[in-house]
Design a protein around this ligand. Sequence first.
Ligand SMILES: O=c1ccn([C@H]2C[C@H](O)[C@@H](COP(=O)(O)OP(=O)(O)OP(=O)(O)O)O2)c(=O)[nH]1
Ligand SMILES: [Mg+2]
Length: 147
Amino acid sequence: MAQLEVKIVNKSEHPLPAYATSGASGMDLKASITENIVLQTLERTLVPTGLFIELPEGYEAQIRPRSGLAVKQGLTCLNTPGTIDADYRGEIKVILINLSNEPQTIQNGDRIAQMVIQKVEIINWTPVEQLSETVRAAGGFGHTGKS
Ligand SMILES: O=c1ccn([C@H]2C[C@H](O)[C@@H](COP(=O)(O)OP(=O)(O)OP(=O)(O)O)O2)c(=O)[nH]1
Ligand SMILES: [Mg+2]
């Protein structure tokens, strides 16, 4: 399979993010910090990764939570999925929040989130007076029931 080339500047002391298995969607991102971060219950913070990327136009990176961190420590990404725009040249940072009942500590090198690269469609609007009819029509938000 042809693979996309993506420029990256790595200012962290950690190796480049990598796919853990051949079928993985995401690459884990590590905290690049000089001091531990302690998050109290419901506290949030911006965790630096030391990574800067240049995505080709038509692509984005999504920053998603790791399920292990979520289930074991109640740590998740507040803005999930975080969006890294193709034209962003700043440091990739992860907005973590502690949804557990105890303080949670983040150490340098901890795998705090995962990054998925995806294609995005850029669209043009076609303004119209009416949309096509469907069975669902305007039903939503539980409209089809529970089971
Ligand atoms: O989890 C995230 C989300 C965003 N970003 C960076 C990359 C992204 O391209 C930029 C802007 O993100 P977003 O569009 O989500 O934030 P905004 O509040 O709309 O800010 P802006 O007005 O700068 O677009 O911030 C991150 O590093 N991590
Ligand atoms: Mg924005």
